[in-house]
Design a protein around this ligand. Structure first.
Ligand code: ADP
Ligand code: ASP
Ligand code: MG
Length: 403
């Protein structure tokens, strides 16, 4: 079999962990498989590099920041390659340039366009393990880009698709995908299998166990994807296109704290206002999530929406720059919010889920600021300070703790 194994930051955090990964990779290789490894930077490294840049300037150039961040993955890849050699397994580390990972240009949030796998395939044909840096790409100018935080999962799935791998294993610090973040909700349960659509929703709504674009790619290219622990042999969670079972009404709960709420108050109550606002943001490639428009009162109305925290400054600048066109009385923004979501493919055919969710939140004494729904999810906006408490309350409502 051809297997792509991805190891996250905590799995390669220190020399012992790297040697542990080398033993796992060596075992897969000795079992007769071809193995390509994708690595994250050692745990904490990416944050440290960002902090270093911020010591120099509060607004580092995104190009230079990518140049800096990409070194984290280069370190871990070289170290693992050395550890594999010490295990008697020949290996070669490749950065994004060497591995032919071609991306779009947007620094800090580039997307993989294609992977020229020639070099990686040559190494694999020679019987070597290839160790590829995750999280990075090369744009058409030859500059290094990064794929967004958590992006190594996407590098791994993209490589698996490009190589036509039989399996892509994401090794992390929990032993699979749970019904909620197991670090926050003690009673969260491990799922043996989860549908790709539900996994994509959970990942997009803040369950950072998988980078959302990795799930999208796995779905599109039919990559067999498994999430499991680098520290145990527990079987992990299989992400499947079709689960084959009756869809669970609710498969999980997720929280996203990396969002900001922005409100425009006193907009003209006339057609075209929402169009103007959101097309300006779309042009800047800013994704908007939960949107609430008040019913117009006399001549004015208000619009409130959320964006990723990283996009908040740019959003506010666009709104300020277009003050005349948009014609609002006042803008406000709030960083201290969180989005709590319940996801499940069976929700569409089971009314009542929203009422149960709201009741659990009410019982926890938490106030709901905004609500949005789709076929397979319900999200509420709450204060970030209430997020953990509300997540536990909602989770335990749908997955009552045993005993
Ligand atoms: P890695 O460094 O291996 O990429 P991440 O920190 O990115 O690991 O993702 C793993 C973390 O995701 C876990 O430690 C866990 O706290 C968090 N997480 C959030 N939601 C879930 C979930 N539903 N199932 C499992 N883990 C989750
Ligand atoms: N090292 C990067 C990060 O910390 C990418 C990753 O770990 O997936 O976000
Ligand atoms: Mg991750």
């Amino acid at each position: 079999m051809l297997i792509v194994q991805k190891f996250g930051g905590s799995s390669v955090a220190d020399a012992e962990r790297i040697k542990n990964v080398a033993r796992r990779v060596a075992a897969a290789k000795r079992a007769g498989n071809s193995v390509a490894v994708v690595l994250s930077a050692q745990g904490g490294t990416t944050d440290e590099l960002i902090a270093k840049a911020l010591e120099i300037t509060p607004n580092p150039s995104k190009r230079e920041l990518d140049m800096l961040l990409a070194t984290g993955e280069q370190q871990s890849a070289a170290l693992l390659s050395m550890a594999l050699a010490a295990e008697g397994v020949p290996a070669a580390s490749l950065n994004a340039q060497q591995a032919g990972i071609m991306s779009t240009s947007k620094h800090g949030n580039a997307h993989i366009k294609r992977i020229d796998t020639e070099r990686a395939e040559t190494e694999l044909d020679r019987g070597n393990v290839v160790v590829v840096t995750g999280f990075q790409g090369v744009n058409r100018c030859g500059d290094i880009t990064t794929l967004g935080r958590g992006g190594s999962d996407t590098s791994a799935v993209a490589l698996a698709a490009a190589l036509g791998a039989d399996l892509c294993e994401i090794y992390t610090d929990v032993d699979g995908v749970y019904t909620a973040d197991p670090r926050v909700v003690a009673s969260a349960r491990k799922l043996g299998v989860i549908g790709a659509d539900e996994m994509l929703e959970l990942a997009s709504l803040g369950a950072k166990v998988l980078h959302n674009r990795s799930v999208e790619l796995a779905k599109k290219y039919r990559v067999n994807l498994v999430v499991r622990s680098s520290l145990s042999d527990a079987p992990g969670t299989l992400v499947k296109e079709e689960t084959g079972l009756e869809s669970l009404i609710v498969s999980g709960v997720a929280v996203d704290k990396d969002i900001a709420r922005i409100s425009l108050v006193g907009l003209a109550n006339q057609p075209g206002v929402a169009f103007k606002l959101f097309s300006l943001l779309a042009r800047a490639r800013i994704s908007v999530d939960v949107i609430l428009q008040s019913i117009g009162r006399e001549s004015t109305k208000d619009i409130t929406f959320t964006v990723a925290k990283d996009d908040a400054d740019e959003t506010l600048k666009i709104i300020a720059d277009n003050a005349v066109t948009l014609g609002y009385r006042q803008v406000s923004h709030d960083d201290g919010v969180a989005k709590l979501s319940v996801v499940g493919a069976g929700m569409a055919t089971n009314p009542g889920v929203a009422a149960e969710m709201f009741e659990a939140i009410y019982n926890a004494g938490v106030n709901i600021n905004m609500i949005s729904t789709s076929e397979i999810r319900i999200s509420v906006l709450i204060d970030a300070a209430d997020a953990d408490r509300a997540q536990i309350a909602v989770h335990d409502r749908f997955f009552p703790p045993a005993g």
